[in-house]
Design a protein around this ligand. Structure first.
Ligand SMILES: C[S@@+](CC[C@H](N)C(=O)[O-])C[C@H]1O[C@@H](n2cnc3c(N)ncnc32)[C@H](O)[C@@H]1O
Length: 313
């Protein structure tokens, strides 16, 4: 197994401020060098190579969700897919979360720091088009604020097809569910997820979705809640929630579910905003805002499913 985090057999570089070129025909460039992917709109990553640049029979390409982080939280299917992969590509933190058994079995690891999602995903696809069996990994599930969609979009933009790569999405436990489990049972009725990251969705759109979700009475799982650049987004989010929900609405805050630094707290909605300046709320935190019926019992959040309206118990 070899680890590649600066250059690769396919030639990609992880220096996101530099143009990247690939022996597999890939080229991409990113101008975003901020650690949280920033709120800037000047990020540009360009997909370079096309399917015609590759002579080999394509390998298989799989997007694997790792779940919350610890090896026991990974599904058997995810483990098997990673053991089968020749190359594993991902954000450095997620590669570090992989068990030794998987790291040892891979021929090559390619990891890059936060951001650079487009160049990282293209690197993975180029490696597969060059004939390798490749897995790209991410936390939680590949369909939740993650790379499954981007992978298909890039495959299409290269003139390749998902079928030619036997492209498969291997699901993982999303953060909302891992965090819901830590909190008790807050998500058992209708719920929505909203990301406060304005990197790819503008803030007015995020605000209007928050208003709608809070007004309609959904339990709300908030992803990407806070970063230094997103301080104001978090404050705005708390203000919107307070417009529509009672100040004592239970809110679960889970930092690093299933990881070594896991922390769990249940607070009243009116206390949420001040937590934005504590270590509890950062880029590995998910916040679960109860609906009008959610209550706290025995240190657990409970959202009634509605059985109590039909049955006596
Ligand atoms: C880019 S999204 C990826 C979501 C992931 N695909 C999923 O299904 O959970 C990153 C956000 O997921 C949440 N997250 C990921 N892992 C987490 C964990 N172990 N504990 C709490 N939240 C987590 C945080 O809100 C973080 O900002």
């Amino acid at each position: 197994m070899s680890t590649d985090n600066d250059t690769s057999k396919c030639g990609a570089s992880s220096t996101e401020s530099e143009p990247e070129s690939s022996a597999c025909g890939a080229s991409s460039s990113s101008t975003d060098t901020s650690s949280s992917c920033g709120a800037s709109s000047d990020t540009e990553e360009k997909v370079g190579s096309t399917v015609d640049d590759f002579d080999a029979d394509p390998g298989e390409f799989v997007a694997v969700g790792l779940g919350p982080g610890q090896p026991e939280g990974m599904t058997q299917r995810a483990r098997a897919a990673l053991l089968e992969a020749e190359h594993i590509v991902g954000y450095s933190t997620y590669i570090e979360l992989l068990p030794d058994e998987i790291l040892d079995a891979a021929d090559e690891l390619y990891d890059t720091p936060m951001c650079g999602e487009v160049s990282r995903t293209e690197e993975a696809i180029d490696r597969a088009l060059a004939g390798n069996d490749v897995a790209i990994v991410g936390s939680g599930d590949p369909n939740v604020y993650a790379l499954a969609g981007l992978a298909l979009e890039i495959i299409e933009s290269k003139g390749a097809t998902a079928s030619m790569l036997d492209f498969e999405v291997v699901p993982g436990v999303p953060a909302a569910q891992s965090c819901g489990a830590r909190l008790g049972a807050p998500l058992v009725n209708d719920s929505v997820s909203i990301s406060l990251s304005d990197h790819l969705t503008d803030m007015p759109t995020i605000e209007s979705r928050l208003h709608a979700a809070a007004k309609e009475g959904f339990t709300i799982a908030i992803y990407n809640p806070w970063s230094r650049k997103r301080r104001e987004n978090f404050q705005k989010c708390c203000e919107i929630l307070m417009e529509h929900r009672a100040p004592d609405t239970p809110v679960g805050v889970v930092h690093g579910a299933g990881r070594e630094d896991e922390q769990v707290e249940i607070v009243d909605l009116e206390e949420l905003e001040e937590l934005g300046e504590t270590d509890l709320v950062d880029m590995t935190t998910t916040i679960v805002v109860g609906n009008e019926e959610t209550y706290v019992w025995d240190d657990r959040m409970v959202t009634p499913r509605g059985y109590e309206t039909k049955y006596d118990y």
